[in-house]
Design a protein around this ligand. Structure first.
Ligand SMILES: Cc1cc2nc3c(=O)[nH]c(=O)nc-3n(C[C@H](O)[C@H](O)[C@H](O)COP(=O)(O)O)c2cc1C
Length: 377
């Protein structure tokens, strides 16, 4: 068992006695988190791909969207409850799949999952988690899903899905927008390298396929890394080989969404991977209204990328999301105060959402709609 007072490189973490009252929002946690993890790690967690156009847009878009109030509404019977794939949830804020959480805290995903459970938040374990998917499952009683990256060999992909099902995960979230990933410039400049002891433990035991030698004319990316990237046939195969509901994460185009649904995918996550995949993609909040309009009311659509407050959650719900996921915000909480920090971040977001609902005159999640916001565009 690692020492929770030391960070992953063995140096001593700053100590917190409870959560200081001065931590009043996600931005406060973000500032403090920089003091709790080594600089290269912080840059790895924060960074976006390429020129970070998408990363910037993810935050900017929420500032371009305004909330409209409705006067004299009775909200006294209201609440943030919602239902997602037959699960009744206390609130529509889930924790996004995030790889290698032991970078942020020695107990990594185990702590984060405890914090999520305490606030009754839905949880998604990453294929690349640094604690095993089985150990994480034991920390979270509520709705938990497993995020799948297709593996080069189908037998390994299927093994992950079966393990997830055996461990009580109730849906598979297939991420399709990051089939190849480069280290961010920030991480490179800061000299980020994975510390010893932080690895993708779920994949241990899956032998890597033999490397195919490339000719000088061939591309390391197109013929190299992408040679093993999944195709539509792989997704169809997956759908034929599991009876768990499958959601797809990383959707932005209506045509893709429609094709996914025709194949039997049961839900979508509008996302640009927190600005860490294809740089230049718009913030998902920009494409969400189109997706909702094209797909109708019944299809579960979640959104992530850029949620930093309960007001952002409200805006995403107004423009068509059934629920949202947060990535970096819970990592900040995890880095600062482990499970307590994660729970506190979630509590801050939920309280802000309730405050926003109260003043906007929308007592329930179902009352939040396009007329609850307006955008300058
Ligand atoms: C450090 C880090 C690791 C991530 N790892 C994964 C992953 O393993 N699988 C995945 O589908 N998404 C991954 N994501 C993307 C998140 O699931 C989510 O889409 C993104 O963080 C949302 O944006 P936000 O950080 O602005 O909330 C990762 C994001 C970060 C910041």
């Amino acid at each position: 068992m690692s020492n929770p007072d030391s960070n992953i490189n063995g140096s001593t973490r700053p100590k917190l006695q409870g959560v200081p009252a001065a931590l009043a929002c996600v931005a406060d946690y973000e500032r403090l988190a920089a003091e709790f993890v080594d600089h290269p790690i912080f840059e790895y967690l924060q960074g976006g791909s390429g020129n970070e156009q998408s990363l910037r847009d993810n935050l900017r878009v929420f500032d371009e969207c305004y909330v409209q109030n409705r006067l004299l509404a009775d909200v006294s019977q209201g609440g943030t409850h919602t239902t997602l794939l037959q699960h009744r949830l206390r609130h529509p804020i889930l924790l996004a799949p995030v790889a290698y959480q032991r970078l942020a805290h020695p107990e990594g995903e185990l702590e984060a999952a405890r914090g999520a459970d305490a606030l009754e938040a839905g949880w998604v374990t990453s294929t690349l988690s640094s604690c095993s998917l089985e150990d994480i499952a034991a920390q979270h009683q509520g709705m938990r899903w497993f995020q799948l990256y297709f593996q080069p060999q189908r037998a390994h992909t299927l093994d992950l899905v079966r393990r997830a099902q055996a461990a009580g995960y109730s849906a598979i979230v297939v991420t399709l927008d990051a089939t190849v990933q480069a280290s961010s410039r920030r991480a490179q400049r800061a000299g980020f390298a994975f510390p010893k002891g932080v690895s993708a433990v779920n994949l241990q035991g899956y032998a890597a396929p033999p490397q195919v030698a490339l000719t000088p004319e061939q591309s390391v990316i197109l013929q190299g890394a992408m040679a093993e990237a999944p195709t539509w046939q792989d997704l169809e195969w997956l759908l034929d080989n599991t009876d768990l509901p499958v959601l797809v994460k990383g959707v932005q185009r209506v045509a893709d969404a429609e094709r996914l649904l025709r194949l039997g995918v049961q839900g979508l996550v509008a996302s640009n991977h927190g600005g860490r995949a294809l740089d230049g993609m718009p913030a998902p909040l920009r494409v969400l209204p189109q997706l909702r309009q094209a797909l109708g009311k019944q299809v579960p659509i979640l959104l992530d990328s850029g949620i930093r407050s309960g007001y952002d959650v409200f805006k995403a719900l107004a423009l068509g999301a059934d629920a949202v996921l947060i990535g970096r915000p819970f990592l900040y909480g995890l880095a600062v105060a482990g499970a307590l920090g994660v729970a506190h971040v979630l509590r801050l977001l939920r309280d802000e959402l309730e405050l926003c609902m109260a003043l906007a005159g929308t007592p329930t999640v179902a009352d939040i709609g396009p007329d609850s916001v307006f955008r300058l565009d």
